[in-house]
Design a binder for this molecule. Structure first.
Ligand code: RUQ
Ligand code: CUA
Length: 760
């Protein structure tokens, strides 16, 4: 291993990273061998992102029941990351270190740990209706919760539990300036917590609703105290969308089962599915959220479970809540980019209905209502609100928009198709088959005020025969479709191995500005300085009673401390600060059999905590392959029985000779030649113009600066002919060199690839 490092270092320098040889096969040869058509090649050329190049868009997909978010690039469809949200995720230490646990545990309900989530709808924060790339939100349908992810580091920062719902589906949807994040209930239940009412009292005691979570952009967190909900009838509220432009200040929420049917096949009643689709129409809820927020501020809300709830009665009296009939078992409601229309798809209808916000407002102003529902909410006549209805096909679900005006795309679940149509003129333009049973579809920034066109992703619920079989549970199938021309073209099938992804949002990659390191000593989950942050040279282990606190550091290839001594029963808290500044120099940390793990990216401080409840010897180590000597990044937790005393220590015999020492010194001299050559290159170019390189140079210099002390030690030991000490300290000098060389080479590669220029 050590041999390898020096050799490869020298080789890399000699070869100067020569480009790989070209294949001898021609394009025609490959097409023939792989049985590819012209059409395939065209599709491939539209999705292929050459090695070293990057995607134009970044997609954030719900990870469904995995409780995570899947991040992938478009058009390559390469998966870039999983963001841990409602579920422990070992790689990132999520749920295995104390700092992330604190976030995960915000999602406890009634004191119970909930370690999964049914994530549905991600939403990117918006400024004036456009994606701004700062924050990401996602809901958990099963356990009504909402999470906040900061796109500076792609980490989950907060989970809030809905105080009055038992499930929710219609979230997360943001208002145009991310004032609020909308979350609508799904299955009606009593709003009071832990309160039982029989199903016979469904109409009276069960309720739906919609919650408006106040987002504090400066803090990057939801402010639960400033959030509120609106009580709604027990119609299963479904998806929502916020108005924008002329409809800003309003929000729209669908419903199904407005029949308020309660099944109970056990008692001989027809099942839910029959009773819930008996009527021809359900209701679109039209809500003036701006006014609602004002009413809450005026103290007109009622406190339920300590949360502000604006009751229906108040909402009706104040004229901020209306209903519009919508055909049959509606699902998606999607506001057009200009904010003038809303498209509603009825799962059991072959049409989409396009409602005019202007007409809805005119009816409200004129007080023109066709009726009231059972709770007294005014119902606007469908005819009075409709702009047009368009026959699209079977099972329309969701609609997104194009950068070209009036162009919309709707998914057809039953037909397994995507329809391109014109929502202004109400005509179908094109259809394409997908594989199979599409739920959501998504165009680039296609639910914002400024859609980008180019691509569409079909989120198919079933993959069936599209991929190599992997057992009865198939991957999901995200299909990439080119929408830049009149006719849509299917480009690519991407198996998604985490399910079931419900919805995706995609943003221009250039809008994302994530950091590459933290300010040294940061708790990434609070964005604040970590109380356990430790500087180089200030590491210490403190024991107070049965509590051991370690203030440790991580830097290639060393964990400080190297030993932690404890007694059975001690509570151990280990704070670790990654002192690296070089990009991507992440270290991981675990202690054998204590179920802890942390990922410490450059600058981050993390804490793991556990009880040393068993006597024994437990190695700890760095879990990331962070350098050539990563395997040596190790240490021992020694858990002694209570009252243990050391026996007579026998002095160890010498292992190394003068010859060993001289060989090591020679190795050090040879390596220095390599380092000098790398340093020579770096300082011969304008490396100071590259902040990433400056960070790497700082890290390398840190390593080299440590040499002086180790060198003095090996020379002193050699003078005393203590060859063990002499050889080991000389080895340590070499360790510092190797690390410096490793970083130096990365800096050199970076400079060569990024067009560094010679300086005189
Ligand atoms: S929903 S497949 Cu959970 Cu977004 Cu329509
Ligand atoms: Cu640090 Cu491996």
């Amino acid at each position: 291993m050590k041999q390898f490092v020096v050799k490869s270092t020298a080789l890399l320098l000699a070869a100067g990273f020569a480009a790989s040889a070209y294949s001898a096969e021609s394009l025609q040869d490959v097409m023939k061998r792989r049985n590819l058509s012209q059409q395939d090649l065209l599709a491939a050329s539209k999705t292929y992102v050459p090695t070293g190049k990057r995607d134009e868009f970044v997609a954030f997909s719900s990870g469904g029941q995995s409780g995570q978010i899947i991040v992938y690039g478009i058009p390559s469809m390469r998966i870039l990351k999983y963001i841990a949200v409602f579920t422990p995720e070992p790689w990132q230490g999520y749920g295995f270190d104390e700092n992330s646990k604190a976030v995960l545990r915000q999602g406890n309900i009634d004191g119970k740990e909930i370690n999964w989530g049914d994530t549905h709808h991600p939403a990117i924060s918006e400024t004036q209706g456009k994606y701004d790339g700062q924050f990401l939100f996602i809901n958990d349908k099963a356990n009504p919760r909402l999470a906040v992810i900061d796109l500076r580091d792609f980490e989950t920062k907060q989970i809030v539990v809905n105080p009055i719902f038992k499930s929710e589906h219609g979230g997360a949807f943001v208002t145009p300036n991310t004032e609020y994040i909308i979350e609508a209930a799904q299955y009606a239940s009593p709003l009071e917590n832990k309160k039982f009412y029989p199903l016979e009292e469904f109409n009276e005691k069960y309720r739906g609703g919609v919650t408006y979570w106040k987002f504090d952009r400066k803090e990057g967190r939801i402010d639960p105290k400033a959030s509120f909900s609106l009580e709604l009838p027990p119609y299963s509220q479904d998806l929502s969308d916020a108005g924008k432009g002329p409809s800003d200040g309003w929000s729209f929420t669908n419903s199904f089962c407005s029949e308020r049917y309660v099944g109970g096949i056990e008692k001989g009643r027809p099942p839910y599915e029959a009773g819930c689709s008996a009527k021809d129409t359900d209701y679109l809820h039209v809500i003036n959220w701006k006014k609602a927020a004002e009413l809450v501020a005026q103290g007109k809300a009622k406190k339920i479970n300590g949360h502000n709830v604006l009751m229906m009665e108040t909402a009706i009296k104040e004229g901020i809540l209306f209903l519009v009939p919508e055909p049959k078992s509606p699902h998606g409601v999607d506001v057009t980019p200009d904010g003038k229309f809303l498209t509603v798809a009825g799962k059991l209808d072959t049409h989409v209905s396009v409602y005019s916000f202007e007409k809805i407002q005119a009816a409200i102003k004129a007080g023109k209502f066709e009726s009231k529902d059972a709770y007294g909410i005014p119902v606007i006549g469908m005819k009075d609100a409709l702009h047009t209805q368009v026959q699209l096909g079977l099972g329309p679900l969701h609609t997104q928009y194009d950068s070209k005006p009036c162009i919309a795309y709707t998914s057809l679940y039953v037909d397994s198709q995507v329809v391109k149509w014109n929502h202004c003129e109400g005509k179908v333009l094109d259809k394409i088959s997908v594989h199979y049973n599409i739920g959501h579809l998504m165009t680039m920034e296609g639910d914002s005020a400024d859609p980008k066109g180019h691509y569409l992703v079909a989120l198919n619920k079933l993959a069936i025969d599209r991929f190599v079989p992997v057992g009865p549970l198939h991957p999901q199938n995200h299909q990439l479709i080119d929408i830049s021309n009149d006719k849509m073209q299917l480009l690519y099938d991407m198996p998604v191995p985490l399910g079931e992804p419900h919805y995706v949002v995609a943003i221009e990659a250039a809008k994302l500005k994530p950091g590459v390191r933290y300010k040294v000593g940061t708790d990434s989950r609070t964005d604040k300085p970590h109380p356990g942050a430790t500087k180089a040279g200030e590491e210490e282990t403190v024991k107070k009673g049965n509590k051991i606190t370690v203030y440790g550091t991580l830097i290639r290839s060393h964990i400080t401390p190297e030993t932690i001594e404890a007694e059975v029963g001690d509570e151990i808290t280990i704070h670790l600060t990654n002192l690296e500044r070089a990009q991507d120099e992440t270290h991981g940390f675990t202690v054998s059999t204590f179920n802890v793990h942390a990922s410490a990216e450059p600058g981050k401080t993390v804490t793991v905590k556990f009880k040393a409840d068993k006597e024994g010897v437990y190695p700890y180590y760095c879990t990331e392959f962070c350098s050539a000597l990563h395997l040596e990044m190790q240490g021992y937790l020694l858990v002694k029985p209570k009252g243990w005393k050391p026996g007579k220590v026998v002095a160890a015999k010498a292992v190394y000779t003068e010859t060993d020492y001289k060989a090591t010194v020679k190795k050090v001299v040879d390596t220095q030649v390599v380092i000098d050559s790398v340093v020579g290159y770096i300082t011969s170019v304008n490396f100071k113009d590259f902040p990433d390189v400056v960070n790497m140079v700082d890290d390398a210099t840190d390593q080299l600066n440590k040499i002086k002390d180790a060198k003095a030690k090996h020379e002193a030991a050699a003078a005393k002919k203590d060859w063990d000490q002499a050889n080991l300290w000389a080895e340590q000098v070499w360790q510092y060199q190797v690390k410096a060389a490793d970083i130096g080479l990365r800096a050199k590669t970076y400079l060569e690839q990024n067009g560094a220029k010679k300086v005189k």
